[in-house]
Design a protein around this ligand. Structure first.
Ligand SMILES: [Fe+2]
Length: 257
């Protein structure tokens, strides 16, 4: 799966528009500033390191996050239609959690979490387009994301903390303490974590279907062909996108699209 340079740029505009539209108070500008500071890295990040997972291609992260925001808004309407108590969280909390749920995937202030895989065997045989950057200490994705927000002075509410922390649902056993309780008083007091988890799971599943089902119907799991041609227009917008990047590594990745 490949995104064109134009798609990558359009996704970035949508990402920032979601912040402009749904986030309020002084944290709106702080969030915009944060994402502008790390724009070169985030705009081309994959959503995962392995192509068998979801959206493991340049621009896959922002593409995934935008889909989760849309899915969270739609999923919220479904829950409301079934009688969910919508007074227990706000729309801003829903969108803030969706925008930042996977932020921990970016790595720390200095280093990216995912860097291009240098081992050709692992690339070919295991589908690992990227590898974890050994320069950064391990942290779970939700923990690192929340740390990044607080270390840049971006406040989040209790609901947002809980939703980001548990967005993988019971796929992450660390969430059992919040989601597998049999005592009413220790269950979440809001449905926000469940709505975000369903939105994230749906987005990842759709990404899998778009990327992989056509290959299965062709009885082929070979490396995907590029889904666009480098005609004049795309090439010129690609050159434009390349010129906006300062990171040589990311320039190289985008140049290879
Ligand atoms: Fe996600």
């Amino acid at each position: 799966m490949k995104l064109s340079a134009e798609q990558i740029q359009a996704n970035w505009i949508e990402f920032n528009t979601n912040i402009e539209t749904y986030i309020t108070g002084d944290r709106k500008q702080k969030l915009l500033d944060f994402y502008q500071k790390y724009e070169d890295r985030i705009i081309l990040m994959p959503a995962s390191h392995k192509k068998e997972y979801h959206s493991a291609f340049p621009g896959g992260y922002v593409d995934h996050v935008n889909r989760v925001v849309k899915a969270a808004l739609s999923m919220s309407a479904v829950w409301e239609g079934f009688g969910c108590d919508m007074t227990t969280f706000t729309q801003e909390e829903l969108v803030f959690s969706a925008i930042n749920h996977d932020l921990g995937k970016m790595g720390d202030e200095e280093h990216e979490s995912y860097i291009p895989q240098t081992d050709q065997w692992r690339r070919d045989k295991l589908g690992e387009e990227y590898m974890h950057n050994k320069k950064i200490a391990f942290a779970a994705v939700p923990d690192r994301g929340l740390f990044l927000l607080q270390s840049h002075g971006i406040q989040y509410t209790f609901n947002e903390m809980l939703a980001i922390q548990t967005h993988d649902g019971l796929y992450d056993s660390a969430n059992e303490k919040y989601l597998k309780s049999f005592m009413p008083e220790t269950k979440p007091r809001t449905s926000l974590p469940f709505i975000l988890h369903q939105a994230d799971m749906m987005a990842a599943r759709i990404e899998f279907e778009v990327e992989w089902l056509p290959k299965f119907s062709q009885n082929s799991v070979a490396a995907p062909k590029k889904n666009y041609t480098l005609n004049g227009n795309i090439k010129s917008s690609k050159t434009k996108a390349l010129n906006t990047l300062s990171s040589p590594g990311l320039k190289n990745m985008l140049d290879n699209l």
